[in-house]
Design a binder for this molecule. Structure first.
Ligand SMILES: Cc1cc2nc3c(=O)[nH]c(=O)nc-3n(C[C@H](O)[C@H](O)[C@H](O)COP(=O)(O)OP(=O)(O)OC[C@H]3O[C@@H](n4cnc5c(N)ncnc54)[C@H](O)[C@@H]3O)c2cc1C
Length: 377
């Protein structure tokens, strides 16, 4: 079909936009459909820890110069509140200057958008309403228009589109919410990120500019309360939960709540239709892996699309290629979320033993750091 695109992408979040640009770099004709208006995502203050692997991918797309607020993470400090055992991962141990970078979701989307729009890849205010499979390839309908392509990628963050093709998902709720806030510390953070396991749940502090972004996993009622208490009350409760390792917290703003779940699609593709990013798997943020895994999906999808140019996209080959990475990352993140949220006798001691062992055995620590920073778990 002469007017058939190489790919249509439903969803212009960070994964859909990355896929579009990576595919366009190989010469593919692609179109992203994004339901929201242009700029609607630019205010999302959620902070994302990007692995070094993700950073290198964005560099290849020419995006990183626009990420002026990105902050390098040079050290990761993992510990338990009121229990022994801790481990420290340092970029110097791996011979690099950063284990990863933090960047606000809105800033990342804005940088990707500027580039993707300059290439004419995105149609805003364009909701992909339905998806059908024909012998000539998938057809996506948006605002009454039918768009034919050799491949369709669903990058909608986890909407209902895949169900029409029988691609089902399973959902497990963690029964907790992530409370996100931006706090300024009295003393400079020196590019250290903290992951602290507290009796209420994991609490991460990520360096962002001269502040920390807090990602605090809490029971929903407590998260709702802490989202609304006055600033002084919030800061004193945060200080009590985290302790003084990062100094005194002075101000707080940008509090927001996110319910936490693990959503996994049983299959990442059917025929020439494939799922990428959160549409394929939505993870607990404890290990900062969701977007990093989604960017690896996007990269693999663009590579597979280039390999099938001229023919219908082989979604099942893409799904097979992604299987091990997806399964490992889902298992790792879910295991960590459970291990550090569960409250059972003996668990604190087990966590102490794990952290102490990791800290005392440099090769294991380096391997763990390399896996996290390059996204090869
Ligand atoms: C509190 C929190 C902290 C996190 N921290 C990290 C971290 O440190 N590191 C990390 O790697 N990940 C992190 N994540 C996960 C990360 O935010 C997601 O993995 C990432 O946003 C997924 O990107 P996406 O493009 O797949 O989906 P989304 O970001 O959800 O984007 C989907 C897009 O599709 C559009 N859309 C939806 N339906 C349609 C439709 N029918 N037609 C057209 N467009 C549509 C939406 O408007 C949206 O723009 C965190 C998540 C949370 C909640």
């Amino acid at each position: 079909m002469a007017d058939r695109l190489d790919a249509v992408i439903a969803g212009g979040g960070p994964v859909g936009l990355t896929l579009a640009m990576a595919a366009a770099q190989t010469g593919a004709r692609v179109q992203v459909l994004e339901s929201r208006a242009r700029g609607a995502g630019f205010d999302d203050a959620r902070n994302l820890a990007l692995s070094r692997g993700s950073w290198l991918r964005l560099e290849r797309l020419g995006i990183v110069d626009a990420l002026t607020t990105a902050t390098p993470i040079r050290t990761v400090h993992v510990s338990q509140r009121a229990q022994a055992g801790r481990t420290v991962l340092d970029a110097r141990d791996l011979g690099t200057d950063a284990l990863g970078y933090t960047v606000a979701y809105g800033d990342l989307v804005q940088a990707l958008d500027a580039r993707a729009c300059s290439l004419g890849l995105v149609r805003y205010g364009s909701m992909a309403e339905s998806l059908e499979s024909t012998p000539d390839g998938p057809i996506v309908t948006a605002a009454g228009e039918r768009i034919a392509a050799s491949a369709a990628f669903i990058a909608d963050g986890g909407g209902p589109l895949p169900q029409a093709l029988g691609l089902e998902s399973t959902t497990k709720s963690y029964g907790t919410n992530a409370l996100v806030a931006r706090v300024t510390p009295e003393r400079a953070h020196r590019n250290v990120a903290y992951e602290r396991f507290t009796p209420q749940g994991p609490l991460a502090l990520l360096p962002s500019g001269d502040a920390f972004v807090v990602v605090w996993t809490l029971p929903p009622t407590l998260a709702a309360l802490l989202a609304t208490v006055d600033d002084a009350d919030f800061l004193s409760r945060l200080q009590a939960a985290f302790g003084w390792r990062a100094g005194r917290f002075v101000t707080v703003d940008s509090r927001a709540e996110y319910p936490l779940q693990l959503r996994t699609a049983s299959m990442a593709a059917r025929g020439p239709v494939a799922l990428v990013g959160n549409a394929a798997q939505t993870l607990h943020p404890v290990a900062g892996q969701g977007l990093n895994l989604g960017l690896r999906d996007a990269w693999a999808a663009a590579t597979a699309l280039a390999a099938s140019r001229g023919d219908l996209f082989d979604g099942e080959a893409y799904a097979r290629a992604r299987r091990t990475d997806r399964e490992r990352t889902i298992r790792f993140t879910d295991g960590l979320a459970e291990l550090f949220t569960m409250d059972a006798p003996g668990l604190p001691l087990m966590r102490t033993a794990m952290l102490t062992m990791l800290d005392g055995f440099a090769p294991a620590r380096r391997r763990f750091g390399r896996a996290l920073s390059l996204g090869q778990l």
